[in-house]
Design a protein around this ligand. Structure first.
Ligand code: PMP
Length: 440
């Protein structure tokens, strides 16, 4: 008998019980605890290609991909090889390495809006540093963000709307002093009128506007073209910096990120500062922020804006990121990833329709979302107004059938290059059964 299995529970339950004794909630990042959907999180033993395998040997088609990084699927041979090779040379030096420059050059080759990039270890760190840079570069304090967009857990960004546009935000977490968010204004996503009002009231105090250009932290919501165009104009008029948080969308919705999607519709469109994470590290702790030279030169050691990191540009992480970026830059990679993702969303829509279940869905590149409602929501209020109990039943029906969706209706989904016809078909078969259970 397996020594880990308690008489009263499965191995998974036993592991979760042990974890909860010594780790708050049993997890090291809250969404993993399944609090939104209920039930017990699955402990994962290993992963291969598009599949997660839990500690009891059950297999799941993985639509989380470690929340974004695993765009090539798990255990891609070229990535593993690059990591193994880097391991032999040492884990960390705290001194510059050639591979950092190589990785940055690989990013710059795809993102024409930036001249220089600084590497860090998490999206939180990158977003926090981008805010400091925007403030340092403009000499202003004000920050605008949008309800439903997540930019990591830096104090100044853990904020919800105050009462009306005249007041700045309130903290969304205990331990964040109100003073820390007193310069952060929270607006509704896709609301042009509110944007106009906010700039009319506070325009000259705004250092930067941080936005997820396609929001992946309220399921999947695109910033509309008129909204994005007006945002760019208002930033220009008032001397505020437009900061694209592409931690989720960078190298995921297109090789050039969401900014390349907007540039296609509005030629010449560029953000001022870009924040990357997830895919850029290929599954290792690596993130980055970049801008044109004049802004980046404000950073230490050249300029007065301080920013640093013991493990920044880590040799294993840069090897992993570089190998990942090489693979996704191959001709046709994004065309086929986008087609695969559309195949999934179209299939879900058809399966729902056959079962008489309302569903809307959208995707860009390898990022997708779906809602159990007939119209795509345009902002956070509309997302959370959708039926959570129904989503939760669908989530568990799918999980039971071997499909691992994000365990909350306000999260996006991720498809990898390892998702093939067999995985999509298995997913849609599970979806047909699960939609039938939803009944009305
Ligand atoms: N920005 C966005 C858009 C994100 O999706 C996330 C993480 N999901 C972050 C920032 C924070 O990144 P990290 O979890 O690496 O700190």
């Amino acid at each position: 008998p397996d020594p880990h299995v308690a008489a009263s529970g499965s191995l998974n339950d036993q592991l979760f019980a042990s974890a909860q004794r010594v780790i708050p909630g049993g997890v090291n990042s809250p969404v993993r605890a399944f609090r939104a959907v209920g039930g017990t999180p699955r402990f994962i033993a290993r992963a291969e290609g598009a599949w997660l395998i839990d500690v009891e040997g059950k297999r799941y088609v993985d639509y989380i991909g470690s929340w974004g990084p695993m765009i090539l699927g798990h255990g891609h041979p070229a990535v593993l090889e690059a990591v193994r090779e880097a391991l032999g040379d040492g884990l960390s030096f705290g001194a510059p390495t050639a591979r950092e420059t190589e990785l940055v050059e690989a990013v710059l080759a795809q993102v024409p809006s930036i001249d220089q990039l600084r590497l860090v270890s998490s999206g939180t760190e990158a977003a926090m540093s981008a805010i400091r840079l925007a403030r340092g570069a403009t000499g202003r304090n004000g920050i605008v963000k949008f309800e439903g967009c997540y930019h990591g857990h830096a104090d100044a960004l853990l904020v919800k709307a105050g009462s009306g546009l005249a007041t700045f935000g309130n903290p969304t977490s205990a331990g964040v002093p109100a003073e820390t968010v007193q310069h952060t204004l929270v607006l509704e996503y896709n609301n042009v009128e509110q944007l106009e009002e906010a700039f009319a009231l506070h325009g000259d105090a705004i250092a930067g506007v941080m936005v997820e250009p396609i929001a992946g932290n309220m399921n999947f919501v695109r910033a509309s073209l008129p909204f994005m165009k007006r945002l760019r104009e208002l930033c220009n008029t008032h001397g505020a910096l437009l900061i694209f948080d592409e931690v989720m969308t960078g190298f995921r919705v297109a090789l050039g990120g969401a900014q390349s999607v907007y540039e296609k519709a509005v030629p010449g469109f560029v953000p001022d500062i870009s924040v990357f994470g997830k895919v850029i590290g290929g599954g290792m702790p690596l993130a980055a922020f970049g801008a044109r030279r004049g802004i980046m030169e404000r950073l230490a050691p050249l300029g007065p804006v301080y920013q640093a990191g013991t493990l920044s540009g880590n040799p294993i992480a840069t090897a992993c990121g570089l190998a990942t970026l090489r693979e996704i830059a191959r001709p046709g990679f994004f065309d086929s990833l986008a087609a695969r993702t559309r195949q999934l969303v179209d299939g879900l829509r058809a399966a729902a329709q056959d079962a008489g279940v309302a569903l809307s869905g959208d995707s860009e590149g390898g990022l997708f979302g779906f809602f159990l409602t007939s119209e795509l929501p345009q902002n956070y209020g509309q997302v959370i107004a959708t039926d959570a109990a129904r989503f939760n039943r669908f989530f568990h029906a799918m999980l039971e059938r071997g499909v691992y969706l994000a365990p909350a209706l306000y999260e996006a989904g991720f498809v990898s290059a390892a998702h093939g016809d067999a995985e999509i078909e298995a997913t849609l078969a599970a979806a047909r059964e699960s939609f039938a259970l939803l009944g009305d």
